[in-house]
Design a protein around this ligand. Structure first.
Ligand SMILES: CSC[C@@H](O)[C@@H](O)C(=O)COP(=O)(O)O
Ligand SMILES: [Zn+2]
Length: 221
């Protein structure tokens, strides 16, 4: 049993380290921003240690952490935002991995929107988010206000979830994105899908004031 757990921990650590290199390569975790985790069981996960560069993680930077409600038990200093990860695991029993990123596009976009969520519609890539089957359907990305108090932020996520289960991601205003999935691979797909959708929408918003009827009508004969 112990050997089995060690092998599972080792495999998940390696997968998170690789994901960190990929995410860092996309410029989504500058400096020591971002944090990652993978579920070990119902109330235990492997989470990145606080203050590490997420593109250069080693296996010692992945800490086994258990929790009950908002109490964390860990031999070490887990991510300052671990409570958001554990909140997601508690709210979504299917969640197996959580990635938190600080991309420029998600950070800027979240600051432009003065509403609790943003509606995406018309993008084929909406189908990269589990449960979405058409570009023609709406998918709303929640935006929660930032706070340095993780208990407060986790409680806010819980309240918002109870109103509307979240589409495997949410934005924290002026801060970044949380994305998750039922495996490390799916969590990466959700992260990449949402980053793509945000980038498209941000570009569309930027270009809208420059759009002329001439361009709209196909740029002439
Ligand atoms: C570079 S400061 C960013 C932190 O305040 C925080 O938002 C973050 O994402 C990383 O915190 P960490 O404790 O390393 O997991
Ligand atoms: Zn952060």
């Amino acid at each position: 049993m112990t050997t089995e757990l060690d092998n599972q921990t080792l495999a998940l650590s390696q997968a998170i380290i690789l994901a960190g290199k990929w995410i860092s390569g996309r410029q989504w975790v500058p400096a020591t921003g971002g944090n990652f985790s993978a579920r070990l069981d119902k109330k235990q996960c492997l989470v990145t240690a606080s203050g590490k560069h997420k593109g250069h993680l080693c296996s010692d930077d992945l800490l086994t952490t258990s929790w009950t409600d908002q109490e964390l038990i860990c031999d070490g200093k887990p991510s300052a935002e671990t409570l958001l990860h554990t909140q997601i695991y508690d709210l979504d029993e299917s969640a197996q991995a959580v990635f938190h990123t600080h991309s420029v596009q998600a950070t800027v976009f979240s600051r432009l929107i003065d509403a609790p969520s943003y509606r995406f519609n018309g993008y084929e890539m909406q189908k990269s988010i589990t449960g979405n089957t058409s570009h023609a359907d709406d998918v709303r990305l929640p935006i929660v206000n930032n706070s340095q108090d993780m208990r407060l932020l986790a409680a806010e996520v819980k309240t918002r979830w109870q109103d509307n289960p979240m589409p495997y991601a949410f934005l924290v205003k002026g801060h970044g994105m949380y994305a998750w999935g039922d495996s490390i691979e799916t969590a990466k797909h959700h992260l990449e899908g949402w980053e793509f959708l945000i980038e498209c929408e941000l570009k569309r918003i930027q270009l809208l004031p420059l759009l002329t009827d001439h361009i709209k009508q196909g740029n002439g004969a």
